[in-house]
Design a protein around this ligand. Structure first.
Ligand code: ADE
Length: 961
């Protein structure tokens, strides 16, 4: 090819590739971003020149003294080492194309322009410099910081617990790794850590949903916790859980300014968590994060990953941050990023920025910086003490010195011998003279002159010394530091010339400058940080929460021993007995109480009703006059019993209560195992007349009010009906087994078999956490069990009203049993009378947890509970099994709690729960058939059972009796 043709070709290629600009002859120009990673191809020189001759070798001849580029055999210019726009923004590379010995070889002049990239290179910010953790062979479980979360709260079992959890790696839920496509993490030059991630782990979603349900600010769709740093040195940290769904969809866009990747990485997440903190670095710091008030609500927390804890009165989460640092070659919050710093440079724990040693420059400190440096020993100016000796060092870097001299402020000069590249000069008895400058001066072999200056300023006395001439001693206590002028600088909580005294009562903090006003109920305030030290009987961050019912004393550590409905003092555990009980624990009778009223009542039901009505009228009247009868609650209970008996007159045979009656003397109560809207369940042991001891679950009322009693008696009556049916067989039933009833004045219990494995919902969520999406072992069989339970109920014309995984219990033998029968048609009706029923249903979901998403369309619209409406709920139960315990919701947003009628409208439009990803088409067909708008078109429990058995591989069809 002739030379002129070649040039034309080159011009064409350069334009076609659009990589080169301004091509003249063999001159080319390309751009490369300053943050291009080693290995990035800049341009293929051979392609530019002559694509038909691909075998020509290439080599960089000059223009790259520090080896920023290399050219492998394919003749592509590749970035070899980190570039740095601030050190060199243009490289003029001469590249030989062709064999060295080939007289026709070409030399290409390639101008590589390094373009600036905003925010690069990272800046080494000394204010948030972290320690360097010693290197260890094993992967450490520590982050750049150790973070310990502590909470104090009440558990559902009525204990006050102080939970502590230190975040560490690996953490199954901790999926915020920098490469996670769902997370954006920036630990910036400004010492600000921002983590934003989409909530997608199921357990997180459950927790997030719970937080949303209780705390969310409807206006902003946000659950926000602000964390105050105690010393008030750092700005507030923020934990925010927010929705980007529906009307909140623009929220992510607002974050784009500070987190450039956010829209790319998290475009479709309806729930986002953002954590934003300016982190302390050199010392341990405590943040107090105050949660919005939970009142009596319960929150499920996953502090310790092995256990999800349900807590009440959760007010404050204390976060203790302690800088730990990464090993020398690592950085990042997870210490999982590799440092690139060379030549002894220090790598910043936040962002990997390198702090170069003298004589080096560039992003990785691998570009020589010729010149002279001036340093001291000790190197830290604050370690240079009055009257001490300091050595000044002049060092030559990457140059050949002809003369090196040190010029002192008094005019004296120290000169090194020719060729020597270092001067060390010790200054004795240094005195405080502001800004005394020493200068190192270098002349190199090319007669270039370089200099470097260092200011010596001794302002401090040596440790434990103070005064004008540093001739007094401090002798500080409590590890206080000694200041030349101020003397002992006490840590928070201490005062006195030597920090020998605690802050006076009612004050705390640095210089005892803060007043302790928030600690209540006689609590004192910790002198150092103002934390409240509660007195006996109280807990909470302000000591404003009394111990739970069965607890008393300091930190609520003692269990009350009061019996027979006595009130237990939260302070000292003393018992206030209810008549006729007396004694320290209210377990001694002062008078004989009548035989259970019910015995007499059963044959005289109608007479009783009359009496009760009169009693009720009297009771109401007395209340009007402000007189509360002693045995109000018992009357309340009896009224409800009568009401339930009237309601269930067609179902339960008279005398039912006495037939199942057991005495409380045979029951020993244990720990609380369940707490529902109306009832609470404790584990217990029952001594049978035959001398057997069996484990039982004893259910009692949660509150002594009308609704709780009604549910209690209804559940008892339904269970009796089920168990007295001639076809009922405990060995094969999937309804929780009734073992007895206790109906004493002060103690009322339904005794049931104790299902050791707890609720199906708990098992599902646990399986999800442990095994991800794998279906729950026995899940299908549990569904079959519950279909059978529905079959049994249908036969007895009993509706359950709340078929859901939370109400299914699993026994030791993996049998699922339907429980929680207390709910009647009025269970979800408002307590007070309201004329306009429809309006009422419209607003129902707003206040309490009502399982709307399990309800059939006719239940939502008209409160019409039937066997078919239980089948609808059973379909939702199947969905819960398939999703391993997800919360069902229609439409995308789990927090959108529609009213009954809005939800009914959604269902009428044909909208149903979506098919879970892991669920087969056949299984989803079963669910969908349960959700037929027309109740009579839904399958019977029998049909559901048969269809499920067909879908259960290897399961023998059982003959239906
Ligand atoms: N929680 C509520 N009822 C229960 C029971 N019968 N067994 C175990 N846990 C329960």
């Amino acid at each position: 090819m002739a030379a002129s043709q070649k040039v034309v070709f080159l011009l064409t290629v350069s334009c076609l590739l659009c990589l080169v600009e301004g091509a003249r002859g063999y001159n080319f120009s390309v751009h490369v971003a300053t943050n291009a990673k080693p290995g990035t191809a800049v341009v293929n020189v051979r392609n530019l020149l002559e694509p038909e001759k691909p075998e020509l070798p290439c080599a960089i001849l000059e223009g790259d003294p520090y080896g920023r580029f290399y050219v492998p055999t394919n003749c592509t210019v590749v970035v070899a080492r980190p570039l740095d726009w601030s050190v060199q923004f243009e490289y003029l590379l001469n590249i030989r194309v062709g064999q060295l010995r080939d007289p026709d070889h070409l030399v290409v002049h390639l101008k590589v322009k390094v373009t600036h990239v905003l925010g690069y290179p990272p800046v080494y910010n000394v204010t948030c410099e972290t320690p360097v953790r010693p290197y260890s062979e094993e992967e450490s479980n520590e982050f750049l910081f150790s973070a310990t979360l502590s909470v104090e709260a009440e558990t559902t079992a009525g204990d006050v617990v102080f939970l502590k959890s230190t975040l560490s790696k690996p953490r199954p839920m901790w999926d915020m790794d920098p490469n996670d496509p769902n997370a954006v993490i920036t630990a910036g030059n400004d010492c600000h850590l921002r983590v934003v991630f989409g909530v997608h782990a199921l357990s997180d979603v459950a927790i997030a949903a719970e937080l949303f349900q209780f705390y969310v600010n409807e206006e902003q769709g946000t659950f926000r916790v602000t964390c105050h740093e105690q010393s008030e040195t750092f700005p507030d940290g923020l934990f925010e859980l927010f929705s980007t769904y529906g009307k909140y969809k623009d929220r992510l866009r607002h974050l784009e300014g500070i987190l450039p990747d956010v829209m790319v990485k998290l475009p479709n997440h309806p729930l986002i968590v953002m954590i934003s903190f300016v982190f302390p670095t050199k010392r341990a710091t405590r943040f107090n994060c105050k949660l919005p008030s939970t009142r009596d609500r319960e929150v499920t927390m996953s502090l310790d990953l092995d256990a999800v804890t349900t807590l009440k009165h959760l007010e404050t989460i204390t976060v203790d941050i302690n800088p730990v640092g990464c090993p020398p070659d690592r950085y990042g919050i997870f210490c999982d990023r590799h440092c690139i710093c060379e030549n002894g440079a220090r790598c910043h724990g936040f962002n990997g920025a390198c702090k170069c040693t003298d004589g080096w420059q560039g992003v990785a400190c691998d570009i020589p910086k010729p010149g002279v440096s001036a340093t001291t020993t000790p190197s830290d100016p604050s370690d240079i003490y009055i009257s001490a000796n300091v050595t000044i060092h002049c060092n030559v870097h990457h140059l050949e010195a002809t003369t090196l001299s040190l010029l002192s402020p008094n005019g004296s000069v120290t000169v090194s011998s020719a060729g020597v590249s270092q001067i060390n000069k010790t200054i004795m008895d240094i005195q405080p003279k502001d800004g005394v400058a020493y200068m190192c001066e270098l002349a190199d072999t090319h007669e270039n002159v370089f200099n470097a200056t260092i200011l010596l300023d001794a302002g401090n006395c040596s440790p434990n010394r103070k005064g004008e001439r540093c001739d007094e001693t401090c002798e500080c206590l409590q590890g206080a530091s000694c200041d030349r002028w101020a003397g002992c600088v006490c840590p928070p909580g201490w005062t006195g010339t030597r920090c020998q005294e605690r802050c006076p009562d009612g004050t705390y903090g640095k210089d005892c400058g803060k007043n302790c006003t928030r600690c209540l109920n006689g609590a004192s305030c910790a002198p150092s940080d103002g934390t409240c030290n509660c007195t006996a009987g109280w807990y909470g961050s302000d000591c404003n929460v009394p111990c739970p019912t069965y607890r008393y004393g300091l930190r609520c550590q003692h269990t009350c021993t009061c019996r027979n409905d006595a009130t237990c003092s939260n302070v000292d555990g003393s018992c206030q007995c209810v008549s006729p009980w007396a004694g320290e624990n209210c377990d001694e009778k002062t008078a004989t109480i009548p035989e259970p009223l019910v015995e007499i009542l059963v044959p005289l039901a109608s007479l009783l009703l009359l009496v009760l009505i009169v009693a009720a009228i009297l009771y109401k009247k007395r209340r009007l006059f402000g007189v509360v009868p002693e045995r109000v609650e018992e009357n309340e209970a009896l009224l409800e019993l009568a009401q339930v008996e009237a309601d269930l007159a067609d179902t339960v045979r008279p005398g039912w209560l006495s037939r199942w009656d057991t005495t409380s003397r045979h029951l020993t109560l244990g720990k609380l195992i369940g707490l529902g809207r109306f009832g609470q369940v404790v584990q217990g042991t029952l001594h049978t007349p035959g001398g057997e001891i069996i484990s039982v679950a004893a259910k009692s009322v949660r509150r002594k009010d009308q609704q709780c009693y009604r549910n209690f008696y209804r559940e008892a009556a339904i269970l009796v009906t089920v168990h007295e049916d001639e076809h009922h067989n405990n060995a094969h039933s999937s309804i929780i087994q009734l073992l007895g009833l206790i109906n004493e004045t002060s103690q009322k219990y339904i005794l049931m078999e104790y299902a050791t494995k707890g609720s199906l919902l708990r098992l599902l969520r646990q399986a999800q956490k442990e095994n991800g999406a794998a279906p729950l072992a026995h899940g299908m069989l549990y569904a079959v069990d519950i279909a059978r339970a529905l079959r049994e109920l249908q036969r007895l014309a009993i509706t359950h009203g709340d078929v859901a995984a939370r109400n299914v219990l699993i026994t030791t033998d993996h049998v699922a049993k339907l429980a929680d029968f207390g709910l009647g048609r009025d269970a979800y009706a408002p307590v007070k009378d309201v004329d306009d029923d429809d309006k009422n249903r419209e607003n129902m979901a707003e206040n309490e947890f009502i399982p709307l998403n399990w309800m059939s369309v006719e239940v939502l619209e008209r409160g019409e509970y039937t066997c078919q409406s239980d089948v609808w709920s059973f379909g939702v139960l199947l969905w819960e099994i398939a999703t391993l315990g997800q919360e069902p919701h229609y439409g995308g947003n789990p927090h959108d709690n529609p009213s009954c009628l809005r939800l009914a409208r959604t269902l009428r439009r044909g909208i149903r729960l979506r098919r879970p990803p892991e669920c087969s088409g056949e299984m989803y067909d079963v669910m969908m058939s349960c959700w037929h708008e027309n109740p009579s078109e839904r399958p019977s429990p029998d049909e559901v059972e048969t269809r499920l058995l067909r879908l259960t591989p290897g399961f023998e069809m059982e003959t239906v009796v």
